[in-house]
Design a protein around this ligand. Structure first.
Ligand code: S3P
Length: 447
């Protein structure tokens, strides 16, 4: 017997048409980082948590599914619906009957490691997709072990599948080697269940959504030290269910902010964007580039600053130089900023970005590879990229390499190419922005 292989059309292959301008209003979906935390903290609070604006995308769905497997009741997560969680309290998670699948989501796996470390006598196995099974986890496992956690996994505990046996934890003072909100948040979650207080000291301040939200849930948490790099949690307080409003994700808004700046004739208003200062590095860079960006309607929504952002095309954008200092404030925006750099007058430099190599893909290598296919001049370095602006890009066969932020960055780049492109694995965008392709179609005006 032999079988005849019939070639099937790649469903994820998307045609990307060159040209057109982007005009109108767009409301980006809920912030991914805040959505994960709302689900996780709601799950271990006492009483009901109500979430408005939760991101209905694959990554938060992974977090919700893991929590449901441990006995937490969470209402269906659908676009526009309020989500309700029946919290089980700090020690109320059940041992799941099966492995916990974190999908593509590093935030799910790392924060859940902290959550489970102190769930005494329960055994948990965490895994994820191929990308997640190759991302470093010892950076979380190691500090948790300093608190008494029992964590093991492939490659000396660095790679999933991971095994966690809940144990009695003790407070500790822990310096983290990288400014990572995922590491910090995992330690803070473990600290809620430890004996004695725990202090995390970061080399630079990472996004502070956990600190803000844990305080709102009633945790005993103090932020101190230079630039708020020392965070102390003292256990003993139950978390209380809350009402949370999730602002739009500035990391999703970034695609429109760059598109509006580089595509001739574009004029956009991006509504309801979270403007937490630990996340707004992209706005600082766009200012250096002299992009036409204007933040309006600034307001405070449930403990997070929010605003609308107006952007319109600027034909003479300046190049930029960024290094490790600003990196934690724009770490997820490097792919789209490297697209922006292709359309500046001059050479842009991205340094101190080696963390990008351990994201959903090696984002420095993937962006360099894909942009070079389009004819961009890019030098790849161990910790960054040098990008030469002002070259014309050509349409070609592109590939997201299964990375959501790469898919959306290449989509914006392809509009500026001199011929049409195709994008393989375009469905990756749904990890953080399920409506990206329909929003792009709606905003696009092709004459
Ligand atoms: C996130 C933190 C960042 C970011 C990720 C989401 C979070 O990672 O890249 O997309 O929600 O805490 P690191 O904390 O590892 O820098």
């Amino acid at each position: 017997m032999f079988s005849l292989k019939v070639p099937t059309k790649d469903q994820s292959l998307r045609d990307l048409q060159k040209g057109g301008e982007l005009c109108g209003k767009v409301k980006v979906p809920g912030d991914k980082s805040i959505s994960h935390r709302a689900l996780l903290f709601g799950a271990i609070a006492k009483g009901k948590t109500i979430i408005e604006g939760l991101l209905p995308a694959e990554d938060p769905l992974s977090t919700a599914e893991c929590l449901r497997s441990m006995g937490v009741k969470i209402s269906p997560i659908k676009k526009g619906d309020i989500v309700e969680i029946e919290g089980v309290g700090l020690n109320g998670l059940q041992e799941p009957e099966d492995i916990l699948n974190c999908g593509n989501s590093g935030t799910t796996m790392r924060l859940i490691m902290g959550l489970l470390a102190g769930q005494e006598d329960h055994h948990f196995i965490l895994t994820g997709d191929k990308s997640l099974r190759n991302r470093p986890m010892k950076r979380v496992g190691q500090p948790l072990k300093m608190m008494g956690a029992k964590v093991s996994g492939r490659c000396d505990g660095d790679l999933a599948p991971l095994s966690i046996i809940g144990n009695k934890l003790r407070g500790a003072v822990i310096g983290t080697p990288v400014a990572s909100a995922q590491i910090k948040s995992a330690i803070l979650l473990a600290a809620l269940n430890a004996e004695g207080s725990t202090t995390v000291i970061e080399p630079a301040r990472s996004r502070d959504h956990s600190e803000r939200m844990l305080k709102a849930f009633g945790a005993n948490l103090e932020v101190g030290g230079e630039m708020g790099r020392h965070i102390t949690v003292s256990p003993g307080k139950e978390l209380k269910g809350q009402s949370i409003i999730v602002p739009g994700d500035i990391s999703s808004a970034a695609f429109w902010l760059v598109a509006g700046s580089i595509i001739p004739g574009s004029e956009l208003v991006v509504e309801n964007v979270g403007l937490n200062p630990t996340r707004t590095g992209i706005l600082d860079v766009l200012e250096v580039m002299e992009a036409n960006i204007n933040v309006i309607n600034k307001r405070d929504v449930a403990g997070e600053p929010v605003g609308d952002i107006k952007v319109f095309y600027n034909e003479s954008l300046k190049p930029f130089k960024i290094d490790g200092e600003i990196m934690p404030r724009l770490v997820d925006e490097i792919p789209i900023l490297s697209v922006a750099a292709c359309f500046c007058n001059g050479i842009s430099q991205i340094k101190g970005a080696s963390e990008l190599r351990v994201k959903e893909t090696d984002r420095l290598a993937v962006m360099a590879r894909q942009l070079k296919r389009m004819g961009a001049k890019v030098d790849e370095h161990q910790d960054g990229l040098t990008i030469y602006g002002g070259n014309n890009l050509k349409g070609c066969e592109l590939d997201s390499e299964d990375d959501h932020r790469i898919a959306m960055s290449l989509a914006i780049a392809s509009i500026m190419a001199n011929s049409n492109s195709t994008l393989r694995r375009s469905e990756a965008a749904a990890i953080s922005y399920p409506d990206f392709w329909s929003d792009l179609m709606r905003l696009r005006q092709i004459s």
